[in-house]
Ligand binder design. Structure first.
Ligand SMILES: Cc1cc2nc3c(=O)[nH]c(=O)nc-3n(C[C@H](O)[C@H](O)[C@H](O)COP(=O)(O)O)c2cc1C
Length: 191
């Protein structure tokens, strides 16, 4: 199989579409983030990559708290809007008609309409170049009750949006293809 070498890139699939929130000068603001992922197990930590010019970053550093909200596919218009406008100029909460609530931290704004909400306390800020790499400890996790199955969050009901940076497209979550921690056992016969 022939391989084509590209310029060094952060090519990883899939990328989430998240709405990262902070209170800037006491007012909630949200930005779209595709550069986000898990950072640690216990204690639970997640990481987000934010360009230095983003208005949201100002609020993250003011309070040392932020939120990570997972929009469902129904919110794709709002999620995209939060990624193409800045809170320095528009009130995104008003335009998107988000209902904002707060958890334990009191300064990390959470979006009621998003099925999954994490409130985070900043534990590390690394300046990596184009972006600030923010690691947050998750201090509160909220899931809409209609997105739970047998007491567990169910991605099939959450219906997250997958972001493809290279083609600027949003995808819906795909179908279940196999049972995790299990399908690989079939290769044990080759050991
Ligand atoms: C789908 C999508 C993903 C994005 N991912 C990131 C990201 O990971 N990091 C980042 O700094 N900006 C990202 N952006 C751009 C910001 O959301 C954008 O600059 C936004 O206007 C910042 O808003 P703010 O100035 O109110 O903070 C993304 C935009 C879109 C549409």
């Amino acid at each position: 199989m022939a391989k084509i070498e590209l310029v060094p890139e952060r090519l990883m699939y899939p990328r989430p579409t998240l709405l990262v929130g902070s209170n800037v000068d006491g007012k909630a603001n949200f930005m779209a983030v595709g550069g986000g992922g898990v950072a640690n197990g216990e204690p639970p930590m997640i990481a987000v990559l934010i360009r230095h010019h983003c208005y949201t970053l100002k609020g993250v550093l003011q309070n040392m708290t932020f939120s990570v909200n997972t929009p469902s596919v129904d919110l794709v218009k709002e999620a995209d809007y939060c990624g193409i406008t800045t809170g320095a100029k528009v009130d995104k909460v008003k335009v998107c008609q988000f209902d904002v609530f707060y958890g334990h931290l009191k300064t990390a704004p959470l979006i009621e309409q998003c099925p999954v909400n994490l409130e985070c306390k900043v534990v590390h800020v690394l300046n990596l170049g184009s972006h600030a790499f923010i690691i947050g400890e998750v201090k509160g996790t909220y899931v809409s009750d209609d997105c739970m199955t047998d007491g567990k969050p169910d991605a099939k009901k959450i219906r997250p949006i997958i972001f493809n940076l290279e083609t600027s497209e949003y995808f819906a979550f795909g179908e279940v293809i196999a049972k995790a921690h299990s399908i690989g056992r079939e290769l044990k016969t080759r050991e």
